[in-house]
Unconditional design. Sequence first.
Length: 93
Amino acid sequence: MDNPRKYRIDAERGKLVLGRFEMPFPRSPIARIVIGSLLVFFGCLGFLPILGFWMIPLGLLVLSHDISAVRRWRRKMGIWWRKRFPQVNRAGR
């Protein structure tokens, strides 16, 4: 991979890259918005079995590809996180 970022959307290949995992990514903006919205919605129900709170950040990542307001919010949260926890380079470390 040319891009050093671990979590990204590879639009050229149509993949969602999450570390070493790659998932197919719909090319239709409507399908991406529906999938992202469903991930966020069901992530809010993460206290139920099978569903989980991990779905919220994944849904926001998918939504940020098409919705600029979500993209700006995600970037601001990333900057805040880096300032608040500079010692954390990766999840859990």
